[in-house]
Design a protein. Structure first.
Length: 272
């Protein structure tokens, strides 16, 4: 008799049903022997319909209550048990509210072999201008880029643009801010076709972190095709040796200091 959806105007429970606590308790005890606690009260559900509430002693259902609904036929002098259920009280332990899978789903949740049906009224899609059951016409349409039953709607495009532009492949990504130039001028940038081509393309540089991903025209990275070539490092200079603090025992020509030939001047090794 509970949760019928009908609004009851009865505020006071039927006196006969209110007094039938023992009837309600006996019914609850029959349902859960030894697990029915103190009487918590009685509520009016409707005319000649009332529910007695008892605490449950079951430790697995802390805060729950036995609800025993009694009814009485018009002019009847006895209460009849209508329903016995265990209901959560205010401090009952409850599972979190159930959330439909379509609201729980997050980007990246789809795994191998999973199916993700798209709703018929998905706002991201609109019917295509050309969809036919004629196989020949469909083949031609497919070659022309037509023939799909639904295409991206304006809302779907806006969602994608916002998602891509503020993401890791947009202009504000750290790698883009440090890039020497934007993707728009890169030889590895492959523009998209259609409505998004002015703002996005695909990166086709296998050495770029965004290879194979959609990037915005003002994204960029250090693998830009026109990045300045770094010149090779110059050869290191010969080592400088301080010969004023050491005894030089041999020169590059095998001369002993002071035994050079006529006209020669003994120069320290490494000095010009
Ligand atoms: S290599 Fe770098 S600059 Fe060039 S398209 Fe890819 S991400 Fe853009």
């Amino acid at each position: 008799m509970r949760d019928t959806g009908e609004v009851s105007t009865v505020t006071a429970p039927d006196p006969l049903l209110t007094a039938a606590v023992d009837v309600a308790r006996a019914a609850a005890e029959e349902e859960a022997p030894g697990l029915v606690g103190e009487h918590l009260g009685v509520e009016a559900d409707d005319e000649r319909v009332a529910t007695h509430l008892f605490a449950t002693l079951d430790p697995a259902y802390r805060g729950w209550r036995w609800a025993v609904t009694l009814v009485r036929a018009p002019r009847a002098k006895v209460a009849t048990v209508d329903e016995i259920v265990l209901l959560p009280g205010e401090d009952a332990l409850l599972a979190p509210p159930w959330v439909p899978w379509s609201e729980r789903l997050r980007p990246g949740d789809l795994g191998v072999g999973d199916l993700l049906p798209t709703q018929a009224d998905d706002p991201r899609l609109v019917p295509a201008f050309f969809a036919t059951d004629d196989a020949e016409a469909a083949e031609v349409a497919f070659e022309l880029g037509l023939g799909r039953r639904r295409v991206l709607s304006f809302d779907g495009r806006v969602d994608a643009v916002e998602r891509w532009y503020v993401g890791d492949q947009g202009p504000e990504a750290p790698i883009a801010r440090a890039a020497p130039a934007a993707c728009a001028t890169c030889g590895f940038f492959v523009p998209l076709v259609g409505a998004l081509k002015q703002a996005f393309g695909a990166c086709a540089n296998e050495f770029a972190p965004d290879d194979g991903k959609v990037v915005s025209v003002d994204h960029g990275c250090g693998a830009h095709s026109e990045a300045v070539v770094v010149p090779s490092s110059p050869s290191p200079p010969p080592p400088l040796v301080d010969e004023y603090g050491i005894d030089v025992v041999g020169g590059p020509l095998g001369h002993e200091p002071g035994s050079v030939g006529d006209g020669d001047t003994a120069e320290p090794f490494g000095h010009s």
